[in-house]
Ligand binder design. Sequence first.
Ligand SMILES: NC(=O)C1=CN([C@@H]2O[C@H](COP(=O)(O)OP(=O)(O)OC[C@H]3O[C@@H](n4cnc5c(N)ncnc54)[C@H](OP(=O)(O)O)[C@@H]3O)[C@@H](O)[C@H]2O)C=CC1
Ligand SMILES: O=C(O)C1=N[C@H](C(=O)O)C[C@H](O)C1
Length: 265
Amino acid sequence: MGAIRVLVIGASGKMGREVVRAIVNDAELELVGAVDRMHVGKDAGLIAGIEPLNVFIREDLAAALQADKPQVVVDFTAPASIMNNLHLVIAARLHAVVGTTGLSRENLREIEELCHDSGVNVLVAPNFAIGALLMMRFAAQAAKFFPHVEIIELHHDQKLDAPSGTSIKTAELILAGQNEPANACVGEEKLPGARGGEMGGIRLHSVRLPGLIAHQEVIFGGEGQTLTIRHDSLSRESFMPGVVLAIKKIGSRPGLTYGLEELLF
Ligand SMILES: NC(=O)C1=CN([C@@H]2O[C@H](COP(=O)(O)OP(=O)(O)OC[C@H]3O[C@@H](n4cnc5c(N)ncnc54)[C@H](OP(=O)(O)O)[C@@H]3O)[C@@H](O)[C@H]2O)C=CC1
Ligand SMILES: O=C(O)C1=N[C@H](C(=O)O)C[C@H](O)C1
């Protein structure tokens, strides 16, 4: 069997450059196309800091999908771009691996319908790092014993969406794992937003600072004790084994898959 032909959208972004490098370094994958709004016309290999590849970054996704004939499209772009990109990818009958966050429940329902109607497979994964997936899993387990929990997510100051996709997914898994509903103490907010955002009774707090990459703490409180589960992505390499695995598996995973854990555990 030949290598899987992959096209990356957002190829000159922080994640896209890392994904280009990971694909080029895997003998079972072939980078056939790169799309972005930045560095258009430049060689994707040079942007990713590797040998020249002669895969040039283009702006026109529809044209690239036709010309490059990928089998799988990987998207690490922006919340405002992802649905439009997915419409084009699914219309071209190509499988997609989506790392872009900021998708709403309605967006996920729409993708599910599009997958159903087209026979295309899509993975939407809020986090590709194995440590983050384990953090979420452990948090869901702890939720059976600790109804009181708050989530603090910390990211670099370029991040466009808050709260992070990972914190939303964590809250969803905790809510599904709880025996009793969460009962967040609100008190009186002397400063609006001081107690963070709220999902099903769980408080979510977003920190944005230069120097950070991607971090999250899930703090449970019980009688006379707390339990803190923390994950830190110290570099974007942390996401790459998960992205590569997803590219290899998406072809045999029908419909919409929400969360890489569905392919792992
Ligand atoms: N699932 C996971 O494990 C992870 C997910 N992410 C998510 O991935 C996404 C990208 O993150 P990051 O790499 O840090 O962001 P960057 O801003 O560094 O990169 C995104 C790139 O995509 C480009 N872009 C945006 N819209 C389009 C479009 N319609 N067509 C082509 N190119 C486009 C941007 O161009 P321009 O700057 O001109 O807009 C930019 O070059 C975010 O949503 C982030 O939350 C990040 C890390 C891990
Ligand atoms: O924007 C980022 O950087 C990240 N985004 C994802 C999220 O929103 O959870 C995953 C990771 O936290 C990095």
